[in-house]
Ligand binder design. Structure first.
Ligand code: AMP
Length: 138
């Protein structure tokens, strides 16, 4: 995979405000925070999107993510937050290295704004779709 700004952070080539590190994951403050405490958690593995990530890195992210959330809550005093992970440019991914945003939501005007253009799920179409998805796990 080609080098990204996050692989340069991991190698120490460019600086960051480090929050946490272990052998598989790294967390640091977002350089353009949506709110105070906006933190990024990344795997050291250089996968572009979540579907490309190894189970080992995924497990390490899952283990650490709640700990980062607790640290952000403890330090900011803000108990409400969003966790966001974008995959692909069309889905707002700007850096091609998997990253989870932990974004405190201190007020309606700060933090993540979410568009949620929900529709209702047709029962028959839903049954067919879920069956096709289950087949992927066989
Ligand atoms: P995304 O749109 O999900 O790819 O988000 C990329 C995030 O990386 C943005 O929130 C940027 O502010 C953040 N970012 C980009 N460069 C840096 C950097 N050098 N240090 C910290 N955060 C960065």
């Amino acid at each position: 995979m080609s080098e990204t700004i996050f692989s340069k952070i991991l190698s120490g080539a460019i600086p960051c405000h480090k929050v946490y590190e272990d052998d598989r994951v790294f967390a640091f403050l977002d350089i353009n925070p949506l709110s105070t405490g906006h933190t990024l958690l990344i795997p050291k593995e250089a996968a572009k999107t979540l579907d490309a990530l190894s189970e080992e890195s995924a497990a390490a992210l899952g283990r650490v993510l709640p700990r980062i959330c607790r640290a952000v809550i403890a330090v900011t005093g803000v108990r409400e937050y969003n966790v966001l992970e974008n995959n692909g440019a069309g889905a707002h991914q700007a850096v091609a290295h998997v990253h989870f945003h932990i974004i405190p939501k201190p007020s309606s005007s700060e933090g993540l704004g979410v568009g949620w253009p929900a529709r209702s799920l047709d029962t028959q179409a839903g049954a067919k779709l879920a069956a096709r998805l289950r087949e992927q796990f066989e």
